[in-house]
Write a protein that binds this ligand. Sequence first.
Ligand SMILES: Cc1cc2nc3c(=O)[nH]c(=O)nc-3n(C[C@H](O)[C@H](O)[C@H](O)COP(=O)(O)OP(=O)(O)OC[C@H]3O[C@@H](n4cnc5c(N)ncnc54)[C@H](O)[C@@H]3O)c2cc1C
Length: 316
Amino acid sequence: MADQTHAPMSRRSLFKMIGMAAGSAAMYQAMTDLGFAGESGYSGPVNLQGDPKGASVLILGAGLAGLTAALEMSRAGYKVQVLEYQHKAGGRNISIRGGDTVNELGGFTQHCQFDPGFYINPGPMRIPYHHIALLDYCKRLNVVLEPISIINYNAMIHNTKAFGGKAAYLWASTRALATCQRARVRCSAALGGARHERGIESFLIGVCNGRYFGSGMQLAPMALPDDGRFEVISIDAESKLAFPGAMNRLYTGRHVGTPGVAHFSCDAITMQLVDGRARRVFLLDVDGEPLGGLPLEVTLVPGALTMRAPLPPTSF
Ligand SMILES: Cc1cc2nc3c(=O)[nH]c(=O)nc-3n(C[C@H](O)[C@H](O)[C@H](O)COP(=O)(O)OP(=O)(O)OC[C@H]3O[C@@H](n4cnc5c(N)ncnc54)[C@H](O)[C@@H]3O)c2cc1C
């Protein structure tokens, strides 16, 4: 008789347990880490090959999967029929408007009495930016999309001046932390004509010619705008959970010299990702402007800017 206590656990039960113990965000992260909710590898319309002459196909279910299969197979020349159990197509994708009647699991009947123009999507409502194939189908089939806003500007945290501006930056950093990934970057840096190649594994790399940014963070406390060189700071951490600790020390510059923080100087640097998986999350930010991603080449142009600043106090 099979030993029930040591029966292999299914993926579904594992994810369910993670979801119940730590919430849906942790479950989704686990699915991503295990390769079940990763970024789409879709690179363009599918091109079905074969010899469909005279072949008929019966597809069960008119959800996203069934309708996509039906569309592509009929384009390839198959005779396609779709059988749907419900009274309308769409599967879990459903919008309910005033006047609609919905029979819930369990037998309850709901009569929707929304005013005209109002609706609810009780199933899926968001298309993540990396669902590239779905977005491509929406574009090709002229499906109208609406932006979904999850930001509440009435919340204190979105007041850019709150807590001396730190709250907004900490909030932005926390959001960035949720999506960021450690990336392996190949750097070629030169200083006074001598060039060095190095590999960096990091959550964040700053190429700085000044000390402060944001609300007073000192990413490179040793950086001077007029010394003819950049200070490069890379912040790594064992895990994302350790990263906020390093971020917190940025306000005093105490992060420099701590484990995981690397520093070197240069007057020119090129950087490129070693593996392209971080392409969408390891992005460039130049003084708050999102300017795409790597590869990047930064070169110092001596004397290009004239600076007006008070003279240092003279000593008597
Ligand atoms: C509450 C909720 C929120 C969600 N939110 C999101 C979101 O925000 N973003 C996102 O990307 N995804 C979301 N999803 C997931 C998304 O809805 C599904 O991944 C997607 O709709 C699955 O499509 P499908 O065609 O595989 O299945 P379904 O949409 O379930 O379609 C299956 C169809 O087959 C029919 N059928 C089943 N058996 C038979 C049969 N024997 N004969 C005939 N017909 C049959 C069913 O009636 C149904 O119409 C959400 C899901 C739910 C439930």
